[in-house]
Design a protein around this ligand. Structure first.
Ligand SMILES: [Zn+2]
Ligand SMILES: [Zn+2]
Length: 232
């Protein structure tokens, strides 16, 4: 039997956890990148070229950096590198200040636009594609199928990606069948929640359905911070 990709086991471990497994794994991969991988390469020319081109990281990932205070030296080195680039681009070109401020295709504002994508967004996109592909290809494996069936399911954006990544009808049908069962259960919980909120049923104690509305938020829109800037 051909060896299974390493993230097959990541998915098996992550599916029983609350929320969409692909959101969970993407979040883990981006956190690892921002926490350590970025700084392993802080002094390599490629990292500086990429960070200068993207004018640092996107808004979302830039602000996530403050959670990893141990790497402040690395952050400072990269910030200085980007500022060096901004200063270089903002230098008064021949023609003087008037030419610099004037609009047009070569205005300073245009030159300050990023010419590359955020490195953390790139990590996120690659991770997402990889985890979704392995799930969609191996959903017909008994262990993966069982783990998916017992999970909270995929968020809607990742479910769409998984359907598109499924290599054949068998995988697509398996995904559909299991995700629809998960949606039906979640909808039943939401109906029960709404029903108990009703004044006539106020005496009935709230059970696990009490946070169903919160779980449904992630199921419909994906984890906060996973799609924010790209939209889906
Ligand atoms: Zn997701
Ligand atoms: Zn980003």
């Amino acid at each position: 039997m051909a060896s299974l990709p390493f993230n097959f086991y990541d998915l098996l471990e992550t599916l029983p956890q609350p929320g969409c497994a692909v959101c969970n794994l993407c979040e883990r991969d981006v956190n690892r990148f921002l926490d350590s991988h970025l700084y392993e390469y802080v002094n390599t020319p490629d990292t500086h070229v990429a960070m200068r081109a993207s004018r640092f990281l996107c808004n979302q990932h830039t602000h996530q950096l403050v959670h990893y205070g141990a790497s402040v030296l690395g952050i400072a080195i990269l910030e200085a590198s980007v500022l060096w680039e901004l200063l270089r681009l903002a230098e008064v070109p021949s023609g003087g200040a008037f030419a610099r401020l004037r609009g047009g295709t070569h205005s300073t504002a245009d030159r300050l636009e990023p010419t590359g994508s955020c490195m953390a967004c790139d990590v996120l996109t690659r991770a997402e594609k990889d985890h979704v592909r392995v799930l969609a290809e191996l959903v017909t494996d008994a262990r993966m199928g069982e783990a998916f069936r017992d999970s909270a399911g995929l968020c809607l954006p990742h479910f769409r990606l998984a359907l598109r990544a499924a290599p054949g009808a068998a995988q697509q049908e398996r995904l559909m069948e299991m995700q629809m069962a998960i949606w039906r259960d979640l909808k039943a919980e939401l109906d029960m929640f709404a029903n108990k909120y009703d004044i006539n049923h106020a005496h009935e104690a709230m059970g696990e359905e009490g946070d169903s509305w919160r779980r449904a938020l992630e199921m419909l829109a994906g984890r906060k911070g996973i799609f924010g800037l790209r939209g889906r």
